[in-house]
Design a protein around this ligand. Structure first.
Ligand SMILES: *[C@@H]1O[C@H](CO)[C@@H](O)[C@H](O)[C@H]1NC(C)=O
Ligand SMILES: *[C@@H]1O[C@H](CO)[C@@H](O)[C@H](O)[C@H]1NC(C)=O
Ligand SMILES: *[C@@H]1O[C@H](CO)[C@@H](O)[C@H](O)[C@H]1NC(C)=O
Ligand SMILES: *[C@@H]1O[C@H](CO)[C@@H](O)[C@H](O)[C@H]1NC(C)=O
Length: 625
């Protein structure tokens, strides 16, 4: 009832004359979507913790040796490796799914060009794509089918199909990554070669999978295949070539989709990051087909994962696997919260919010996971912004613990190339992509994240400058340069209370209930300044399986204890009543834990020392203003 009233109101608003809202270059219109992100060219980050992360990652992806990244592609497709050195880690010439990471670098270069118009990033992407095209063009000599493109031989696909693959390879997982990078080079940079290489790959996937029976295909889907349904649905969306949708749907994994469609949480024991990309694919398939079942699958998967399988920091999984529903305190280990899973959950969140933009639960989660898990997964002490694979949540855990096969540490320039390094370079070059969105009729602007940034809303000739020290401070300001009648919708997070909005210093009489979007509809004047205050209080986030074990947060920010080099053997006891802010305007607190003083600070800044996130809590917080 509420919803239909909302839509009637929206439909009643006509777009003002002279304002044409440019939609993304979509050929197949999307079902169920009414909000869109701005192109990256219209959003830039301003100086902040977020921009610093971006800068570190850009310094890496702008300096990494591109010929080394091409080594395995060229060697496999029987071209000269140009004297380049081979890489180590998961891109070593004998690593089964070598070349899985490169697609993320392509996306990172595309994002960099998208937001900054940086020519170095563009040149790197277009060179890389041109060299991939040469590899693909040499397939006859390499005895591969037309369109094939990878760093390992095509016979790996014979083996994954005939179920004799036993070297740990996940060949379609790698193919998906390359295709996703090519799509971004095409859409963001406008590189037509990237489109051509991508479409040939899509045809190659179509050819291979068309030869399998449904039963053979479903059996093959038992091997991790990334988001093949996702990328192929996108290829269909941007080309309207139906054959690619047919191929996408061959990757609908019944063993995973059927229980989700029936609203059953059977995630326990599943390799987590194998599943999340399939759910993103389901959301994409819903949008290009309108088939409601896909939307149910994606929504149910999101709900299960967020409510029953995620730690307070927004990450999920232990040893890369889902555990029983609500098992949180029972799994505080040193291999929790794989980075890739959260990267993929954020993609899924963005897909689903676009189908339900009146609900703040999606960006409440997005903020929680991006701020508390992914932002701090990058090492700020490293000029190249290397990242951690897991985010340990055991008492006295420490970031920078990777899998033993990757050296058990932060990623490196040339000897890691783990999945999480790939998702890390991508994450840290798209920190601006989900701050602002616009709605279908171009009359509404959504502010979802409180990140210092500038939006050029070209279609309305409006510039929005967001200035804030959030989450260290509880206020953000949005200065509007431009005019016109439109609505600004601001997410009021579910954790706040008594949120307040002022325009030009005057308190606005608008609803600012937690867990809603505040709605400011007016005839905007040049320099109108919106000030949003989101009061933050200390709160606990109890583990689902143990109400006495909890993480501590101030507003959106998880606070962790700094234990230096001390080792902890059990969850420390924390007296909530002992927590004191050390300095107004800074996120530094002291507390008594286990009879000793411990300093609490933002978990996103907990690198280089042993920390503690979950506590055995007692007492109540001191009275908060
Ligand atoms: C499976 O494919 C591989 C690679 O082409 C081939 O060597 C092998 O003989 C095949 N096995 C079966 C059982 O078909
Ligand atoms: C992680 O914890 C396991 C026990 O749960 C232990 O065997 C292993 O050594 C730890 N790894 C690191 C790097 O601390
Ligand atoms: C904006 O809306 C006001 C009424 O709220 C109206 O008086 C004004 O003409 C409108 N301006 C434009 C440019 O549409
Ligand atoms: C807009 O506001 C800024 C900062 O508050 C100020 O420096 C500037 O002079 C204002 N411009 C106009 C045209 O009012």
């Amino acid at each position: 009832m509420m919803l239909s009233t909302f839509w009637l109101v929206m439909c009643g608003l006509a777009v003002s004359p002279g304002v044409t809202q440019s939609l993304p270059p979509v050929v197949v219109p999307e079902t169920g979507v009414s909000v869109y992100p701005f192109p990256l060219s219209q959003v830039t980050l301003s100086n902040s913790r977020w921009l610093q992360n971006q800068d570190r990652t850009l310094s890496y992806v702008k300096s990494v040796n591109v010929d080394r990244l091409l080594y395995n592609f060229r060697a496999n497709h029987k071209l000269s490796t140009n004297g380049a050195q081979a890489n180590g880690g998961w891109d070593a010439p004998d690593f089964p799914f070598r070349t899985h990471a490169q697609g993320h670098y392509l996306t990172a270069w595309a994002n960099c060009y998208g937001t900054l118009r940086d020519e170095t990033c563009k040149q790197r992407a277009t060179y890389f794509v041109a060299e991939l095209a040469k590899c693909q063009a040499n397939n006859a000599a390499a005895k591969f089918n037309p369109g094939y493109l990878s760093g390992f031989p095509e016979s790996e696909f014979d083996k994954v199909e005939n179920r004799t693959l036993n070297n740990g390879n996940v060949p379609y997982y790698a193919i998906h990554k390359t295709m996703a990078g090519l799509l971004d080079a095409w859409l963001i940079i406008g590189d037509d070669t990237a489109r051509d290489v991508l479409l040939s790959m899509a045809d190659w996937v179509g050819l291979r999978t068309s030869k399998l029976t449904t039963a053979q295909m479903q059996t093959m889907l038992g091997t991790e295949f990334g988001g093949m349904n996702d990328i192929l649905a996108s290829v269909y969306q941007y080309t309207s070539l139906k054959k690619h949708l047919t191929t996408a749907q061959r990757f609908d994994h019944a063993a995973v989709f059927d229980p989700l469609a029936a609203n059953q949480d059977r995630l326990n024991g599943n390799h987590a990051n194998t599943q999340v990309p399939k759910w993103i694919g389901a959301a994409r398939e819903y949008k290009v087909t309108g088939t409601q079942r896909y939307l149910s699958i994606a929504r149910n998967a999101w709900d299960f994962t967020v409510t029953a399988h995620s730690y307070a920091i927004g990450g999920n999984s232990q040893a890369e696997h889902f555990r029983p529903p609500n098992a949180i305190a029972g799994y505080l280990r040193n291999d929790t919260a794989e980075h890739c899973n959260t990267y993929n959950m954020l993609k899924l969140t963005r897909e689903l919010w676009a189908t339900e933009p009146e609900s703040t639960k999606f960006f409440d989660f997005y903020e929680r996971a991006l701020l508390n898990h992914l932002l701090g997964a990058q090492n700020p002490a490293d000029q190249h912004g290397h990242i951690t694979y897991f985010t340990p949540l055991n008492p006295g855990g420490k970031r920078g613990i990777g899998p033993a096969w990757g050296g058990g540490t932060w990623s490196t320039d040339y000897n890691s190339f783990w999945c999480c390094q790939g998702t890390g370079v991508e994450t840290n070059t798209k920190l601006m992509d989900s701050i602002y969105f616009y709605n279908k009729n171009g009359k509404e602007l959504y502010v979802n994240l409180f990140t210092p940034s500038v939006l050029n809303w070209n279609e309305r000739e409006v510039k929005i400058t967001q200035t804030t020290e959030y989450p260290v401070k509880d206020t953000t300001t949005l200065r509007v340069e431009g005019s016109g009648n439109w609505t600004m919708r601001i997410r009021i997070p579910s954790w706040t209370s008594n949120a307040e909005i002022r325009i030009n210093g005057q308190k606005e009489d608008v609803k600012t209930e937690a867990g809603t979007y505040a709605q400011l509809t007016r005839s905007w004047m040049f320099n109108d300044t919106v000030t949003v205050k989101l009061p933050m209080k200390l709160r606990t986030i109890p583990a689902n399986d143990d109400p006495n074990t909890a993480a501590i947060a101030l507003g959106p920010t998880i606070l962790s204890g700094n234990y230096g080099s001390e080792k902890l053997t059990s969850v420390p006891k924390l007296d909530l009543n002992s927590i004191r802010r050390q300095e107004e305007g800074k996120l530094v607190f002291s507390a008594n834990a286990g009879g000793k003083r411990v300093e609490l600070g933002p978990f996103y800044d907990a690198q280089g020392f042993n920390y503690n996130v979950y506590w055995a809590t007692s007492g109540n917080f001191p009275t908060q203003s």
